[in-house]
Design a protein around this ligand. Structure first.
Ligand code: F6R
Length: 254
C-alpha cells in the first residue's frame, strides 16, 4: 500500500515487523561485505527499535552476521548528557546493541552531549561532514514521537534543518519523565540530526507500534505537509517506508 509516496507495510505484531526490518539490514550489511564496502546505518533509540536490535544480535550470535564493516550514526542525544549516565543514548545503544555485536568501537557515532555550548555548532557541522565522508546513510531507522517529531526535530523544524542543538517539546519531555524519575530531571535540550540530514538517507524506515501512535501515524501519512508535524516532510522524499503493526495502522484511511 502507498500513501502520498510513502510505502506502508502492516504486520500482525511488532515482533514480526522488527524481524523483517532487522533482516533487511542484515542483507544490506552482507551485500556491502561482498563488495568490500561499508554499510552506513542511521540508528534510533527509544522503545520502538528494541526488537530490531534484538534480532540483529540474534543474527550475529546464531547466524554469524558480522558488523565489522558497519558504521553507525545515531539520530540524537540529550543535552547536556554524560555518556555514563543511565539515561544517555550512549548507554542505551551499548545495552541494546553495541555490547553484543562485533562492531569496531571507532565506527560508532552518537552526538556528544558533554560539549560546551560554544563548540556545539562546530561539532554539529563535523557530524554532518562525517556522515557525508562515510558515503551517506544507507538506511535510516526512525521512530515517531507523539508531537510528530523524527529524531528530536520537534514542531517548528524546517525541511532543510541539519544537525543542531534543539529545545525539546513539553510533550516529549513528559514522555521521557518516567525514565528520568520525574519531569524536572529531563533535559530541556538535545542534539539531533536535522530533517534535511535524515532526508539525504538512501532508505528511510519509520516504525511505529501500538494504538498510542495511530493518530500521529495517520497525520504523518495523510496530513498536509507542515513544520507543525515534522514527519510529514517524509511525504516529499523517495524511498520512505512506514513499517507498522495493526494497531499503529488502525486509523489510516482504508
Ligand atoms: C530516538 C528518537 C525519537 C524516538 C521517538 C519515539 O532516537 O529520535 O524520535 O524515535 O520519540 O520514541 P519511542 O520509540 O520510545 O516511542
Amino acid at each position: 500500500m502507498k500513501r502520498n509516496g510513502i510505502s506502508i507495510q502492516i504486520y500482525e505484531d511488532k515482533e514480526q515487523a522488527s524481524v523483517a526490518v532487522a533482516q533487511r539490514m542484515g542483507e544490506l550489511i552482507k551485500a556491502k561485505q561482498a563488495l568490500g564496502k561499508k554499510a552506513v546505518l542511521g540508528l534510533a533509540t527509544g522503545a520502538t527499535p528494541i526488537g530490531v536490535y534484538e534480532e540483529l544480535i540474534r543474527l550475529h550470535r546464531e547466524e554469524g552476521l558480522s558488523f565489522q564493516n558497519v558504521i553507525t550514526f545515531n539520530l540524537d542525544e540529550y543535552y547536556p548528557m554524560q555518556p555514563a549516565s543511565d539515561q544517555s543514548y550512549v548507554a542505551f545503544m551499548q545495552q541494546q546493541l553495541f555490547a553484543h555485536i562485533d562492531i569496531p568501537a571507532e565506527n560508532i557515532n552518537i552526538p556528544d552531549g558533554t560539549l560546551g555550548q560554544e563548540v556545539v555548532d562546530t561539532y554539529c557541522e563535523a557530524y554532518e561532514q562525517k556522515i557525508a565522508n562515510a558515503g551517506g546513510l544507507d538506511i535510516q531507522l526512525l521512530g515517531i514521537g507523539r508531537t510528530g517529531h523524527v529524531g528530536f526535530n520537534e514542531p517548528g523544524s524546517t525541511a532543510d534543518s541539519l544537525t543542531r542543538l534543539v529545545t525539546l517539546n513539553e510533550v516529549t519531555r513528559q514522555d521521557a519523565a518516567s525514565a528520568f524519575d520525574g519531569l524536572e530531571n529531563v533535559p530541556t535540550q538535545a542534539i539531533t540530526m536535522g530533517v534535511g540530514t535524515i532526508a539525504k538517507a538512501k532508505n528511510i524506515i519509520l516504525m511505529a507500534w501500538g494504538e498510542k501512535k495511530a493518530e500521529i501515524v495517520k497525520k504523518a501519512l495523510e496530513g498536509e505537509i507542515t513544520t507543525e508535524v515534522p514527519a510529514t516532510f517524509l511525504q516529499k522524499l523517495e524511498g520512505v517506508e512506514f513499517i507498522l503493526d495493526k494497531e499503529a495502522a488502525g486509523r489510516i484511511d482504508g
